[in-house]
Ligand binder design. Structure first.
Ligand code: ZN
Length: 389
């Protein structure tokens, strides 16, 4: 059994320990120490990082009552080694995990919902609740959680007896056992069964910020940050908003309106541009009449423009209209349309002859074909439209 220092003292980040076992493990080594402050992966939190005997710890896993540290290099069994945690990383996770407990405690107290899923990412934490929350609810939760931070309440770890646990009110997904670790925050902020290290005072969490929330399964998923990650998120957003203020020449509160105005102006210009492109395409088109039908080969037109030209030509009462656009050396887009005939057969023949793809409805089809010899395409279309007469 490993003496788990992290369960008693979250702040222990440098310690000495004796190497009890060192076993080869998939090209690496599984090291068991007599005592450890390295928190193993579990309860939604990743394993601690750091060094043992100067060698980086790749992973930490819990197996029964033993903690296994995974290292790239073998360690001498029986020797005492010095160990050091990546304290910046661990402390940010303690801030985050306590922040999550505070927020979950507030949700439970205000709405009675339970935390049914938790994942701690590199900075953002994902928390799932088994009930729906509105934007107004989330705002209320966020304020209450941060007010709990300001009280700078104590966070206490205890191991109550089963009898004591039966009379206690606490959040837990775990079955009641003798050695259940209970993390209590303040008098009534939160009480929850948890194996992870936490900060000692709520004030250390700094900021609790909900980044997003949305319906998930039957409840709500919250994406949140706390501690140093909440501060750096705000610092990053501030840099971005200052950049936008400069680009748009507006104060911070005017950014959204300025972007909206620019979007509308752009959309109007784009619509006008599209109309002109279509008109120009029709103007430059050199349609060839074959019997009662019409065809043309243009250059670099999108389907939207081809369709517009076809619709305009159809106004002139042609039987069938076949338009092509040379888009690259051998790729041609096509549009076939008719007001009175089912043109799907024509589109099928084009695809068949020129290794094409596409189709549509009785009066309109579009697609792409491979053409290595344009003269062959023109001859084929002429023959096809002749046979339609
Ligand atoms: Zn926890």
């Amino acid at each position: 059994m490993t003496d788990k220092l992290y369960e008693r003292d979250s702040y222990c980040n440098k310690f000495n320990a004796v190497v009890c076992e060192c076993t080869p493990m998939d090209g690496k080594y599984g090291v068991v120490l007599d005592r450890t402050a390295f928190f193993p992966e579990g309860g939604g939190q990743a394993a601690d990082k750091g060094t043992i005997h100067g060698i980086p710890v790749v992973d930490v896993q819990r197996k029964g009552t033993v903690v296994i540290h995974v290292l790239e290099t073998e360690l001498p069994v029986g020797e005492e080694v010095s160990c050091e945690l990546d304290w910046g990383l661990r402390y940010s996770r303690m801030q985050g995990h306590t922040g999550e407990h505070i927020l979950s405690g507030v949700v439970n107290a205000l709405y009675g919902y339970d935390n049914v899923g938790f994942h701690m990412g590199d900075s953002v934490m994902i928390v799932d609740f088994n009930g729906r929350l509105s934007a107004e609810d989330v705002k209320k939760i966020e304020l209450a959680a941060n007010k709990a931070v300001y009280t700078n309440a104590d966070i206490v770890v205890s191991y109550p007896s089963v009898e004591e646990l039966e009379t206690m009110r606490f959040r837990s997904k775990i079955e009641l056992t003798e050695d259940l670790r209970i993390v209590s925050i303040g008098e009534n902020i939160d009480c929850c069964a948890c194996c992870a290290p936490h900060v000692a005072k709520t004030g250390e969490v700094g900021i609790i910020k909900v980044l997003d929330f949305y319906s998930y399964k039957q409840g709500t998923r919250i994406e949140m940050v706390a501690g140093i990650h909440a501060l750096t998120d705000y610092m990053d957003l501030n840099v971005r908003s200052k950049e936008l203020m400069k680009m748009l020449s507006v104060p911070r509160e005017g950014i959204v309106e300025a972007v909206r105005e620019k979007n509308t102006a752009y959309q109007n210009l784009y619509n006008d541009y599209q109309k002109n492109v279509r008109k120009l395409a029709l103007y430059e088109l050199a349609p060839v009449e074959i019997g009662a039908s019409v065809c043309a080969v243009a250059e670099g037109l999108a389907f939207d423009e081809l369709r517009y030209c076809a619709n305009q030509l159809m106004e002139r009462e042609y039987g069938v209209c076949m338009l092509f656009s040379r888009n690259s050396a051998d790729e041609y887009g096509y549009v076939v349309s008719s007001k009175c005939k089912d043109i799907r057969g024509l589109s099928g023949k084009l695809n068949e002859t020129f290794s094409g793809k596409g189709g549509g409805q009785a009066g309109y089809a579009q697609g792409k074909i491979k053409v290595s010899d344009e003269a062959r395409l023109k001859a084929f279309v002429e023959e096809l439209l002749q046979s339609e007469i």
